[in-house]
Design a protein. Structure first.
Length: 162
């Protein structure tokens, strides 16, 4: 059976050691984020151009949403416009992600359409002149003439309406 230890029996440096390890981990994470953002800052224009190449409508949609925001609340629209310019690497990464997502979504939709409806047949040009086909066919006999009811008083059904 284990005996409970008193908190006074532990080393006084035990809590400080965990705190220092936590600070070192936070420092390393912030340095890693700094390196990531510096790379993203230099690659931002290339990412933006790649997003335009993949799907330019994503950029037009983003500008349209900023325009609608500016029309609703000009101060908030101005703030988001300035933030979009200042944080252009993040905006360009967002636009590239959306463009790639929409491209993949279109591909999956066409695959699902092919699975559901089958593939389209290739176009084949049909000549305008009539084809002379030698097909033996038999003429159908004339259709029988419909029988008219001449005796209206003979059925029990007509008696229901009298």
């Amino acid at each position: 059976m284990s005996s409970p230890r008193s908190p006074f029996d532990r080393s006084p440096l035990g809590g400080i050691g965990g705190f220092i390890v936590g600070l070192i981990i936070l420092y390393a994470l912030f340095k890693l984020a700094g390196v990531f953002f510096s790379i993203l800052w230099w690659a931002g224009p290339f990412i933006f151009i790649a997003s335009l190449i993949v799907d330019h409508k994503v950029f037009l949609g983003y500008v349209g949403s900023l325009k609608r925001l500016f029309q609703r609340n000009w101060l908030l629209g101005l703030a988001f416009g300035v933030l979009s310019l200042v944080l252009y690497p993040l905006v360009s990464a967002y636009l590239l992600g959306m463009a790639l997502f929409k491209k993949k979504l279109k591909e999956k939709a066409t695959e699902a359409d092919v699975r559901r409806n089958g593939e389209w047949a290739d176009f084949e040009e049909v000549p305008e002149e009539p084809m002379d086909l030698d097909i033996d066919y038999e003429e159908l006999p004339p259709a029988p003439e419909p029988q008219l009811r001449r005796d209206k008083g003979d059925t029990e059904y007509d008696e229901l309406f009298e």
